[in-house]
Write a protein that binds this ligand. Structure first.
Ligand code: SF4
Length: 411
């Protein structure tokens, strides 16, 4: 059976797809790059934006029109499907998770396949120097704009021993391991039991991983600023070879009123600012990114200005700006004060302008400085190297001696 895979959405989805791909591979299927040559397409879906669901429907129709393949849709949008995805042409099954065994069964394979640590997921298969390590799934929070919690369920952390074993296997082939999940700052909270003194935290996990696998560079996936505890902060400051100097800390809004409407009760604009400033003062280099939502329902001009002012005043090196889009499954769809699309677009444009200016200024300040580079891509006579602070540097292939990790000068 020829199988085509496609992933929408986040790194957690990429990791999940890779596990399913490995299960099909182990079952004797052949992975193909073109749906026209496939008997089956497996699409891992995302529900974070409207746009990702539009793209999903377009891809399913494209698969149906380009050959004879049937399609299995799995993942977050599939979990929330009330029949619309199942009714798309050539859809064989809609699977509410991305469990390899369930997807294999939906494809008509009998039995199950062990997807072990030795098969852990490469992030960029072509370059094979960065890998993903999914440390938890799900989230216990209920942000009003997010349907992910509904789709993925509560926080479920993987055991430390299992993660160390997987990290060791990944380190044999990769120079960098990115810790990923849905809400990684809450890693271990579900494993801490009343009456025990053992602390299960992201910081403790990272310490254990670095001790067990000191040869690779770990990188944190998206983590809430106020969930950077003292252990994590110490590692970020003191162990730059082991933990990349990079924080992607979702902000979403610089207005406390909007944060409350978003259900993001665990921080304020002030506590976010305090944690970031504390870290930035102590780190000689810090790649700092954030997600920001433009035009959340009820957001006033004053709220929007608060976001702009906070973003301008902190040392961001890039921003991901999302114009608010109504997710029918998320509570924000029912909030009063939905803004006109033009207003949302304009506010997103202004936020992006700040993000671009910040990115340009940050990079300009780094040009000519040395960085710890890991090769992440190759093509057209060039290699792409990612620095510890999340800058891409491009070098001619002729100048590369083949090492996956080396000192590079930012250009
Ligand atoms: S913290 Fe909020 S945005 Fe992030 S996964 Fe949980 S509910 Fe969604």
């Amino acid at each position: 059976m020829n199988v085509y895979f496609h992933t929408f959405g986040c790194k957690a989805n990429q990791y999940d797809t890779e596990r399913v791909r490995q299960a099909f591979d182990a079952s004797g299927a052949t992975v193909v790059d073109d749906p026209a040559f496939a008997d089956l397409a497996v699409i891992n879906s995302c529900t974070v934006t409207n746009e990702s669901e539009v793209k999903l429907r377009r891809l399913v129709r494209h698969v149906a029109n380009s050959g004879h393949a049937q399609t299995i849709v799995m993942g977050c949008a599939a979990a929330l499907d009330s029949g619309a995805i199942a009714a798309l042409p050539s859809v064989r099954a809609v699977v509410a998770n991305a469990e390899p065994d369930t997807v294999l069964r939906a494809a008509g394979f009998a039995g199950s396949v062990e997807v072990g640590a030795q098969h852990a997921a490469p992030l960029h298969a072509a370059a094979r120097s960065r890998a993903l390590l999914k440390i938890q799934d799900g989230c216990d929070e209920h942000c009003t704009f997010c349907a992910t919690t509904l789709a993925r369920g509560n926080n479920r952390s993987r055991p430390v021993d299992e993660l160390i074993e997987e990290a060791r296997a990944l380190a044999e082939q990769h120079a960098e391991i990115v810790l990923t999940g849905v809400h990684i700052g809450t890693y271990g909270h579900d494993r801490s039991h009343a009456g025990t003194t053992a602390r299960h935290t992201l910081g403790a996990l990272l310490e254990a991983l670095i001790t067990a696998v000191p040869t690779v560079r770990f990188r944190l996936g998206s983590v809430e600023a106020t969930e950077v505890d003292d252990t994590l902060a110490r590692l970020l400051i003191d162990a730059p070879r082991n933990l990349a100097a990079h924080l992607h800390a979702p902000l979403q809004s610089g207005s406390n009123r909007v944060l409350r409407r978003m259900g993001r009760h665990w921080y304020t604009a002030e506590s976010y600012r305090a944690r970031i400033e504390w870290l930035a003062e102590r780190m000689p280099v810090l790649g700092l990114g954030a997600d920001v939502i433009a035009g959340f329902p009820g957001e006033t001009l004053e709220d929007h200005d608060s976001s702009l002012r906070l973003l301008e005043s902190l040392p961001f090196s890039y921003l991901h700006v999302f114009p608010f889009s109504v997710r029918p499954d998320a509570p924000a769809a029912r909030l009063a004060g939905q803004l006109l699309p033009d207003v949302v677009r304009e506010r997103a444009r202004e936020l992006r302008e700040v993000g671009e200016a910040k990115a340009t200024a940050y990079r300009a300040g780094r040009v000519g400085q040395t960085a710890d580079g890991v090769v992440t891509g190759r093509g057209k006579g060039q290699i792409e190297v990612m620095t510890e602070d999340y800058l891409s540097v491009y070098l001619d292939t002729d100048l590369w001696d083949g090492r996956p990790r080396f000192e590079v000068t930012v250009n």
